[in-house]
Ligand binder design. Sequence first.
Ligand code: HEC
Length: 185
Amino acid sequence: MKRLLMSCAAAAAGAGLLAAAAFAGPTFDEQGRIVIPENMDRWPTVGATYALQYEGDGGMTLNTVRLDPASYDAYAATGTFPVGAILQLEVRLPVEEMAPAKGGKTQGAIVGRSLHVKDEKGGPGTWTFYGFGPGAKTGNAIPRSQACYACHDEHAGKTDTVFMQFYPALAEARARVAQASAAGQ
Ligand code: HEC
């Protein structure tokens, strides 16, 4: 792990991206559980969806996807997720009739959270999902036999198994990088 972190830091420094702050990346305990990063609420939001239905009867939920800040900066500069990137999916129930609103819905209680991490535990470039309950300090890796991997591979395989079609700001950043490199900058 240390080697992974050091190589991330070296790659980032080499690209001149993160002069001020070394890229922290994920950390794991002896059992291979991921240590849940603190302050994920402060991470940049890259996606917000309402009532997206894809896992059977998921109910009406408001989902927020956040990306760790160092990886956000790296992605905006290169159009690629660095090794160590962590995306968090937060699923909340909708709440109605919150005064003074006369209609519409807003975020209520959290009903699920998970992480998608480019940790290369399954080989170069691979990502792992981790689930964790409320207040948990660590999260367990979700086995690769679970449906999570198949759906992300099938419908987001061309974008590093990350659902870029739902993250417009990141897609726009990637397009800017592609445009700049096509223009030879
Ligand atoms: C049938 C398709 C499907 C399955 C199965 C699925 N997902 Fe996803 N996942 C999505 C879609 C679509 C999004 C887009 C964001 C949203 O939900 O608002 C997403 C987004 C995510 C994200 C945000 C980062 C990213 O990669 O885009 C995480 C984390 C995530 N899913 C975890 C899981 C986990 C954990 C499981 C299994 C328990 C799972 N997903 C199963 C379709 C799927």
